[in-house]
Every structure is written in C-alpha cells, then in structure tokens.
Design a protein around this ligand. Sequence first.
Ligand SMILES: [Zn+2]
Length: 222
Amino acid sequence: MSEYSKKVFRDNLQGLDAYTRHKLFMRDYVNFYGHNSQPSNVETKTEFDILKENHNWEQRVAKKYYDKLFREYCIAELKYYKEGRIALRWRIEKEVITGKGQFICASTKCSNTSELKSWEVNFAYMEDGEKKNALVKIRLCPKCSDKLNYSKQHPEIKTEKDEVDNSDKKKKRESISERSNKKREGNSKDIERQKLVDNHPDDLSGIVKIENFDEFFTGLFV
Ligand SMILES: [Zn+2]
C-alpha cells in the first residue's frame, strides 16, 4: 500500500472526533466483513488470505480497529454491587458496532453517554473449556462507577490526553497494557509477530510487517 493512499486516508480523517471515526471504521467493517463475522473466524484464515483480502486502507484499518476493540471493553451487570458481585461479559458484535461499553455506559441497565470513565478490571472467563483471565476496561458513567467501586476500588485508566500531559501516568498506562496484552489471548498472534520483529528487526521475511495504525485511533481507546 502506497504512502500516497495512506495520506489520502489520513486527510479524510483529519479533524474528525473519536465517535465520528468510530462510526466510519464500523461502517467499513460491516461493509467488508458483514454482520456475522467475528474476529475468531477471521483469525483462522492464513496470513496470505488476509493479505489478499486487505487490499485497501479502509478495510485494513477497520479490521484492525474491530479486533483491537473486541477484547478491550466489557459489559457489566452491576445489579448485585452491594454484595460485591459484578458480572462481566464480552460485547456482542452489535454492541461493538454501536459503541455500547465504549461511548455508551457499559452497565447493562444504563445508556448514559457523558462523563464516562474507564476502570481496569480483571475478567475471569471460560473459553474452550479453559479458565482464562484478561485485564479489560469497563467504561461507566459516574453513578455506575460508584457501583463498580462500591466494595473494591478499581484502578482508573486515564485518557490518552492525560497521559501526554503526565509522563509518569503514561509509563503506568504502558505497563498496564503490557500486562493486559500478555493476558489477552486474542492478541497472542500480534505479540508473536512483535517478538519476531523485536528479535530480528531487519528480517521481515516470512512474517507480515506490522503496520502502525495507531495514529488513526487517537482518542478511541480511552
Ligand atoms: Zn451508567
């Protein structure tokens, strides 16, 4: 993919706020992958298939965005917060697309969209008959945040803007994402690839070069 087409893509996104970019990426995702695709299905394809399919920026950025989003945020059932029982689940595709749990409060009973804060929560779940753990983000409005933190105070994840203002917080956030990446099975492929690149920075043969799409995701993973 040429630098020129990347530039065109970047220019088109310039000045758009996070929610508008979210809607554009999700529209592209639905266009390219349909309503029933799940990241797990896509991952079973070979790297060659993915390369062949991902023929333009819109498609590749939308896919990267969806995959990143899928294991980033959870939905919370806060009904039994007074007993310290908080139930979490992964979002379904419809929720990822509409931004429930990202731009809309993650509580099942709430649809607040203002003053949302991100809380880091350890999510224990079963997958393929195995017990797994992941550090996930729960985005909640102030009222629901109080419920989540009623029995136990969870660490708050500051926005990307706060991090730029404060390098100590930035370091902290990096260590959080490192830790959570290690625990996130969904990202294991990326990590493997990153390891290959780290160990052999000049030898990119046989692996897919990692493209940095983060510039398009500024303000989206708060
Ligand atoms: Zn709420």
